[in-house]
Ligand binder design. Structure first.
Ligand SMILES: [Fe+2]
Ligand SMILES: [Fe+2]
Length: 157
């Protein structure tokens, strides 16, 4: 437990956010598997977990990473305007998928389109935004994001 904690604490913020992406992919795969076998209540439960985790990931990016880019590039629109727009578009897909699951309908093409958009979005962040943040973020912005990504501290006495 302590070793695992120490390992997490030594990782860069961009690696932790990339691990979120991988974890989210796994969570969405579980939704798809449950729908394929027609296990609708399980699919809805897995989707709920996925949606909560994805929205939390978006919140952390929007509140703790994007503002430091926007401070420099606001006048030009900047790369984060596209990222925020994609978060909103992905959110519309979440609403569609939620409705399909509620009606016990296959998510097939909509699920595939959602995954393709999420993969492309994540790749842009991992190849562009995250490395730039790693190199150029003001120290206080980096520290604030780092703190936000920490697991809750367990008090020991
Ligand atoms: Fe994002
Ligand atoms: Fe992300």
């Amino acid at each position: 437990m302590l070793a695992a904690q120490a390992e997490v604490e030594s990782e860069s913020v961009s690696l932790i956010l990339q691990l979120h992406h991988r974890r989210l992919d796994e969570l969405f795969d579980r939704v798809e598997i449950a729908t394929e076998i027609g296990s609708w209540s399980e699919a809805r439960r897995e989707f709920e977990q996925f949606r909560t985790a994805l929205e939390e990931h978006f919140r952390i990016e929007e509140e703790f990473m994007f503002p430091s880019f926007e401070a420099f590039t606001r006048a030009l629109g900047g790369p984060t305007a596209a990222m925020r727009a994609e978060h909103r578009e992905l959110g519309r897909f979440l609403d569609l998928i939620e409705r399909l699951l509620r009606d016990e309908q296959p998510i097939g093409e909509i699920g595939a389109a959602f995954e393709a958009l999420l993969d492309a979005h994540n790749a842009k962040e991992e190849q562009g935004l995250y490395p730039l943040f790693e190199r150029h973020a003001p120290p206080e912005a980096y520290a604030a994001l780092d703190l936000e990504l920490r697991p809750p501290i367990v008090e020991t006495k």
